[in-house]
Design a binder for this molecule. Structure first.
Ligand code: SF4
Length: 240
């Protein structure tokens, strides 16, 4: 079997996990990880029924979460939202105060400036609301495809695939895609993935990636997919 480079590692070129397998895989992950800690963004989505409040909090928390551990995202986001309830508050808060609320999130100084700019643009161009399309969201300072897709799918219920580092890594390990970065993975998935999976793939693979298919030392020995996953087959795990 030939090997090809896929960015972070070499995997087998033959994909043994098929699109037709995904229904059962996503169901099993949902059941097996039902007690895994909830993500902050999911928690926020459930807590707010007003779409403007929800969009504001998901966008701000998503920016805070970039290159930041989930536990820190929870702590920092809660602290920020105690002081800042909407774009007007975000626009008014002094940048130094916002920076101190954001510590210890990664790149907190840069994020404070980005969030201030986002607030100013949303107030001046979008009547104090979050823009609703990926193209408009991408114009906001610090917002990349991952955050834009997350907002449109989870808040506005429109088409998108939110590919973070877990979705990117696992799709490459499975052999579903061969790509160098999450943006490339998203574009391939948009081609091959039926729309019914566009939202769910993020929900399932983030939990799976945080708890089992870890970036380093994935638990292939005990994985229900080790007879199909290209990465595990290549490494010689074929116990099932
Ligand atoms: S077999 Fe290993 S690499 Fe493949 S999905 Fe399972 S844990 Fe991840």
């Amino acid at each position: 079997m030939s090997l090809i480079k896929c960015g972070m590692s070499k995997i087998n070129q033959l994909s043994m996990i098929e699109i037709s397998d995904l229904e059962a895989i996503f169901k099993k992950i949902e059941i097996d990880f039902k007690d895994a800690p909830k993500l902050y963004i999911s928690h926020e989505l459930k807590n707010y029924s007003n779409i403007d409040d929800k969009a504001f909090r998901v966008l701000v928390a998503a920016v805070i979460s970039l290159r930041t551990k989930e536990k820190t995202t929870w702590e920092v986001s809660e602290r920020v939202f105690n002081s800042v309830k909407n774009f007007k508050d975000l626009n008014n808060i002094p940048v130094e105060e916002l920076q101190s609320l954001l510590v210890p999130a990664g790149f907190y100084k840069r994020k404070a400036l980005q969030l201030k700019t986002i607030a100013a643009v949303c107030l001046s161009d979008y009547q104090g609301k979050v823009p609703e399309t990926i193209d408009e969201l991408l114009k906001l300072n610090g917002v990349g495809r991952k955050v834009a897709n997350l907002v449109v799918t989870e808040v506005f219920d429109t088409d998108g695939i939110c590919v973070d580092i877990h979705v990117h890594r696992i799709c490459n390990r499975w052999g579903l895609v061969v790509s160098k970065n999450p943006n490339e993975t998203e574009l391939i998935l948009r081609d091959i993935l039926p729309k019914k999976y566009w939202r769910i793939i993020n929900q399932r693979l983030v939990i799976f990636g945080q708890n089992f298919c870890l970036p380093i030392n994935p638990k292939c020995n005990n994985c229900f997919l080790n007879h199909k996953c290209a990465y595990a087959v290549d490494k010689g795990f074929m116990s099932s």
